[in-house]
Design a protein. Structure first.
Lengths: 266, 658
């Protein structure tokens, strides 16, 4: 599906490292001592059966959940707790398993909302619509239009997001995450509920984002075919524990993975 | 005023002229990043010159063939002119052609250089590069995704222009030399090779000289009084003669502005923003607009629906008469004005047709109901009959003399005649120079004294003297009992129903006529939603008995209207089925311009055709399909066949009389 690219042979430096992270809700242990890293420029997949703790893992990474123990190092800074807005400011963007768009707003406005953190002029400057505020607005709109062009959603630029089919809403959400110009993009099941054609489109966009903008991507996905085609490295979770970590080929051959994820032969 | 100076006999010369005559007028627009970017004629000359000099530096020279592959983007149009300025010959290729088709055309035309739109086309060209030993350079417009490609034979459009600009800046004589080279071109020179998609067999390369296209374009401009103030939108395939003449040659001869849409699926919005004044579209485009409207109206509130239906009724009855400036009662005029305010005006605005002064439909016959609908709401829609071999124009309808069943009178400078066998022949300055490397085929079509066989059967309407096309000459057949059977005529009648996207009528040499139907997924899908019909795919929806009921009703209605026509009454549809898949150019069932390839379809679905005539009520069919990425699969289905009761020809008339 993809031509062998440079980042498969030479992996970049570690962008984010998760060490011995454990998370529990009351007596339920969602994650138990999970460690892995995400390197600059790669596409990293997190897979596992239902309830394996994949989404919890993403929520820990972007500060939505606070792990009870363990360490997270992002861009060289160690932390064990962080607020989601701080994560966003630090360069982590994400999309959600169940869409979280502003349904009454247009595609354009939704993506523009992704630029909120990059807007520096205050309320009064914005009201004035003159000088630096205007320049800033022009620049933001240009970036948003580039994303619209990139994701091929020009035809729905001015359509309310709530009226769009599911596959397109997913694309808009990706657009909003891209508008943050993140260093690390977290995608929670970007292809859930899509048909084959939409999946192929989405895969292409993910690869293009990775290659064109050099964005590091961590994604959760159920469709094994997609994961194996798309990602450089895969980490496999089962019942909150890491059971395998490696290239798609390595993972595919791993006995534990076959048993946990692909089913056991009886 | 557009220049008619005969010394301006090539397109590059016209460009140089336009740059000085209307230097600051817009020549081209393109919507990019949500904003319309404009280039004046002077700027276009500058862009073309830079690219052209760059091409020369890359080794393109007089007589070389180069291809253009992609959608309607300014740079691709400039590339055509830039190559022509060097005396090279453009061979535009359909952008949606699969690699195999492309390989045949590019190899046959001995193309040495390709200017393509984006990664998708680059990939296609690379995949067939082995079959094209002459191809030495590929130039792309859109760099996205191409960063990691081997750039040994791959250059971006900008880089080629940069090479050209550097050369122009560094070498003072370069500009003069370029213009001198451009002036060496003459009207008799070969200007373009356009491969016709061909409803049968391999495509043929139609060679057109500058004179062919420029004379035709000037005549057309004069015929409809087009000047530099027109606005058109370029959205039809670059490789189609219609787009070549309309978005390029006519624009250069009249000096009007060509607008390139943002993307293929934003054309309607873009057209609306620009407010085009001159429109040119195959019937399918008008059909789609109407289908979208009807689907939306079905979802509208009852009051809106009532208002809509009422005024559309008024438009049907009186609209055409008002458009043709006939006398109508005063109260009708008032009613029509009201309708214009509430319905027709907003509708035309939605379609982006508010400012259209002249609209043409061409490429295929248009359904009379469809034609009347648009004229009824006040759109000056006219018919045109043309061919690639004629540089488009054979006949056209002048303002005020519009009939829905004719294609008009001979265009300026065109001579027409009907052969003894009923085939239409023409002779004009636009007649092509022959098929490229195919003298045999040329001789079949082009007589030594310059007449061209159209392959269409037709006659002059005795009432108004305009040409009437019945069908492709070889398609018109007879049923066993001798009744005339013109399949396209029936198909066009059927396609008027928004629920029917495509129809294939069968009956030549048979006892009765039958039809295979493709439903329109937008229209029927919306109906299904409103009626709680659940479906997962086209195939499932097509097989639904309630969908069959609906289509049966449409065909029954059509049968009734056929029964009223003397000649065609016997060709009513007795049996029909709904195909389990959509007809697709990738499977060779339609041409790239979306015309039916009848012979191929009948072969491909022969088990279904047999089932029509051996009385079975369903049939098993397995077909191979080609997916968009080129790999093949099969679809199997059991397709049901329905019977219909035809109307007796006489009885229908008597009923009406009674």
């Amino acid at each position: 599906m993809r031509a062998p690219s440079s980042n498969e042979t030479a992996l970049g430096e570690v962008l984010l490292a998760v060490e011995e992270v454990s998370l529990s809700f009351g007596g339920v242990r969602a994650l138990t001592g999970v460690s892995f890293d995400i390197r600059k420029g790669e596409i990293r997949a997190i897979i596992g059966p239902n309830g394996a703790g994949k989404t919890s893992m993403l929520n820990v990474v972007n500060g939505f959940y606070q792990p009870q123990s363990g360490r997270i190092t992002f861009k060289g800074n160690v932390r064990n707790s962080m607020r989601p807005y701080a994560a966003a400011r630090g360069g982590i963007a994400r999309t959600f398993q169940n869409l979280a768009l502003f349904r009454g707003m247009t595609t354009l406005d939704n993506i523009l909302a992704g630029r909120a953190l990059k807007m520096h002029r205050g309320f009064f400057w914005q009201l004035l619509r003159y000088g630096p505020a205007l320049q800033e607005e022009v620049e933001h709109r240009r970036r948003v239009e580039e994303i619209i062009d990139f994701l091929e959603i020009a035809a729905i630029r001015k359509v309310q997001v709530g009226r769009l089919p599911y596959g397109l809403q997913k694309r808009v959400e990706l657009g909003r995450a891209l508008a943050m110009e993140p260093d690390l993009l977290l995608l929670d099941e970007p292809m859930a509920g899509m048909n084959l054609e939409e999946k192929e489109d989405m895969s292409r966009f993910i690869i293009d984002v990775n290659q064109q903008y050099g964005t590091t991507i961590a994604l959760i996905e159920h469709d094994m075919g997609v994961v194996m085609d798309l990602s450089d490295r895969v980490v496999v979770l089962d019942y909150g524990r890491k059971i395998a970590d490696g290239t798609p080929d390595e993972v595919k051959r791993d006995k534990d993975v076959i048993r946990a994820y692909l089913g056991e032969t009886h | 005023m557009p220049s008619l100076d005969p010394s301006l006999d090539t397109l590059p010369k016209l460009l140089v002229h336009n740059a000085s005559a209307f230097g600051s007028r817009p020549a081209m627009r393109h919507k990019d990043l949500g904003i319309w970017q404009t280039w004046t004629w002077a700027q276009v000359l500058d862009e073309v010159r830079a690219f052209s000099v760059g091409l020369a530096e890359l080794g393109l020279k007089r007589g070389d063939k180069f291809t253009i592959i992609g959608s309607n983007r300014p740079r691709l149009y400039w590339a055509i002119c830039a190559g022509q300025a060097l005396g090279a010959i453009p061979v535009p290729v359909y952008a949606d052609a699969v690699a195999d088709e492309m390989a045949y055309v590019l190899a046959h035309a001995e193309v040495t250089l390709a200017v393509v739109e984006d990664q998708e086309q680059v990939d296609k060209v690379i995949s067939i590069a082995e079959q094209l030993p002459q191809l030495s350079q590929v130039i792309y417009d859109e760099p996205r995704g191409l960063k990691d490609y081997n750039h040994a034979r791959l250059t971006s459009f900008e880089d080629v222009q940069a090479i050209g600009r550097k050369k122009l800046a560094g070498d003072a004589d370069c500009r003069q030399r370029w213009e001198a080279g451009l002036r060496r071109g003459a009207g008799k020179d070969l200007s373009v090779i356009l491969y016709t998609s061909g409803t049968t067999g391999r495509s043929k390369g139609v060679m057109l000289t500058y004179e062919n296209t420029i004379v035709s374009a000037r005549n057309a401009n004069a015929f409809d009084r087009l000047d530099e103030k027109e606005e058109v939108i370029a959205y039809l395939p670059l490789a189609w003669i219609g787009d070549y003449i309309f978005s390029y040659v006519q624009a250069y001869t009249a000096g009007y502005c060509v607008n390139c849409p943002e993307a293929q699926d934003t054309v309607v919005q873009d057209r609306r923003e620009i407010g085009t004044t001159y429109a040119f579209a195959p019937p399918r485009v008008y059909e789609n607009l109407l289908t979208i409207t009807m689907v939306r109206m079905a979802d509208a509130s009852p009051l809106k629906r009532k208002v809509f239906d009422f005024f559309i009724g008024v438009a049907r009855r009186w609209g055409e008469k008002i458009l043709d400036r006939e006398r109508v009662p005063l109260h009708v005029r008032l009613l029509y004005a009201l309708g214009d305010f509430f319905v027709y005006g907003p509708l035309k605005n939605q379609f982006g047709l508010s400012r259209v002064r002249i609209g043409y439909t061409a490429g295929e016959a248009i359904g009379p109901e469809l034609f009347r609908f648009y004229r009824g709401i006040g759109l000056n829609l006219k018919q045109l009959y043309g061919q690639t071999e004629a540089s488009v124009y054979v006949t056209a309808q002048p303002d005020g003399k519009i009939y829905c069943d004719t294609v008009g009178q001979a265009s300026p400078d065109v001579e027409l005649k009907i052969s003894d066998s009923g085939e239409v022949l023409y002779r004009s300055p636009g007649v092509f120079a022959g098929y490229y490397k195919d003298p045999e085929k040329t001789a079949e079509v082009l007589t030594p004294d310059g007449w061209v066989h159209t392959g269409d059967a037709g006659f002059f309407d005795p009432k108004n003297g305009q040409l009437k096309i019945i069908d492709r000459a070889k398609d018109v057949g007879r049923l066993k009992d001798g009744t005339v059977f013109a399949p396209k005529y029936i198909e066009n009648k059927l396609k008027f129903y928004p629920n029917i996207r495509e129809a294939v009528a069968i009956g030549s040499g048979r006892d009765f006529a039958c039809a295979m139907i493709n439903i329109d997924l937008t229209a029927v899908g919306s109906w299904a939603e409103r009626n709680n019909v659940v479906y997962g795919s086209y195939q499932e929806l097509a097989a639904n008995p309630r969908v069959y009921d609906m289509i049966a009703q449409h065909i029954d209605e059509m049968n009734r209207s056929l029964a009223e026509e003397e000649v065609m009454a016997g060709a009513q549809i007795h049996r029909f089925l709904i195909l389990h898949k959509e007809l697709d150019p990738d499977d060779g069932e339609l041409t790239r311009t979306q015309k039916l390839r009848r012979g191929h379809i009948i072969d491909r679905y022969s088990p279904l055709v047999e089932a029509f005539y051996n009385g079975s009520t369903d049939a098993q069919i397995t077909t191979q399909v080609t997916f968009e990425d080129g790999h093949k699969g099969t679809i199997a289905a059991r397709v049901a066949i329905r019977d219909l009761k035809p109307y007796p020809a006489r009885a229908a008339k008597m009923e009406r009389a009674a």
